[in-house]
Every structure is written in structure tokens, then in C-alpha cells.
Ligand binder design. Sequence first.
Ligand code: MF3
Ligand code: CO
Length: 248
Amino acid sequence: MINTKSEEEINLMSYAGKVCYDLLEYMEDKVKSGVTTKELNDIADEFIRSKGCTPSSLGYEGYPGSICTSINDEVVHGIPGPRKLKNGDIISLDVVVCYKGYHADSARTYKVGEVSKEIEDLMKYTKEALYKGISVIKEGIRLNEVCEAIESVAIEHGYGVPRELGGHGIGSSLHEDPFVANYSNSDSELILKSGMTIAIEPMFSLKGRKVWLLDDDWTISTQDGSPVAHYEHTVVVTKDGYKILTGE
Ligand code: MF3
Ligand code: CO
């Protein structure tokens, strides 16, 4: 059973979502050559708390950061630390904000200085896949229609789609059912209902889709070293469509 949220719960998630959006906007000019991922973490932590919220990732199953900072071939869950960004890097900031017990989750990939056309495109089309996946959402569709819409963009451009990672339900817990794969699959026959809240999050690799866990026990990176882009929004399903809770 996938739970649906009351209007009051959705209002709390909307506030958390607005803080995610404002934070990712605020970080746009903080991401630059020479800054460390720990500095970005601390800026984000202070921003989240100044809005009366808390960073959900801090302490989540022992995770040590207030946000996730994943550079280049790191797919997700990069741990903030002393590594400095340099020109040509890309970095995904994945933020989960909690307000009065309710979470919202959003991510974006930023470029540091100038990046190659191929990386620009990877970012552009991963973001396009996020919006394409979201665009099909409404009460009564099969979840797999979202998965298919996301995957179609990866197929068109020849990008790798890691199988192990994807979106998820979200609400009073950061990760709830259902799992939202970024590729078409037979386990996603769930019919969406108004009031369900889900995080949609395509992660595309320039080449291979195989990933592994690094020795820090958190960071997941591509095995072939391919760079990865990652975009995420938390949305609520409505009778005739959806509302993005982590948007403007
Ligand atoms: N947004 C991340 C996800 O959906 C959650 C990060 S919290 C962490 O997986 F503790 F797992 F890093
Ligand atoms: Co997420």
C-alpha cells in the first residue's frame, strides 16, 4: 500500500520543497573553482536552519553530511569534505529538507567554469528527462509510464542508466515506497493516485551504467569513470496532473 497525503501534510512538504528550491538557487554562485565540498555543505546547512528546517540527510543511517556533493563520476551520496572544485568539474548537489516532520528532496548538477559540449548535453538531457518523466504524471497512470518517459531520453542520446538507483516515495520518511526506476520495468505496475508524493530523479552516465560503492561506504560512482548528471524534484500527484513541490 502506498500512502496518500492530506492537504495539511502536502502544505508542510510544500514549505520544505520551497526551501530546497531556494537553496539550490542560492548555491548557483557558491559553486566555483577552489571551493571545498565541506564549505558548500556548511553554507547549505546554515541556509536550511535559517528557514526553520533541518537537513534530513545529516545522521540518516549515519550519513555525515547536511547535503550530498557528488563530483564528476560520482553518481550519488558523495560526502562533503576537503576536496576542492576545479574548472571543468561538474557537481551534483542533492538536498533533503525537513519541516515539522515532513521531507522534500531535490537535486541539480552544476558546472564549475567551462565544461565540454558533451557534458553540457548530458546535463541538458538529464534535466529534460526529469521534466519528461514528470509531464506524464496524473491520477490513474501506471508508474512505469514515468519510468519509460525518463528512459526514452537516455536511449535517444545513448546514456547509461544505473539500475540500482532511482526515485522514491517521500513524506514523513525520506524514502518511502514506491521505488521509481529510471528505466522501463515490470515491477512498476502501480497505479498513481491523487495525493501520492514521489521524488523523481534521473541520473544518467555519459557511457556505462555500472556503478560501485566506494570505500567510504556512501559514495556511489561509475565503474568506467564516466561523468554523471542528476536532477530531482519532489512532486504530488493530482486528479488531472501533478504539482512540483520543489519548484519556484
Ligand atoms: N536524496 C538522497 C536520496 O534520495 C538522500 C540522501 S540522504 C543520505 O537517496 F543520507 F542517504 F545521503
Ligand atoms: Co531522492
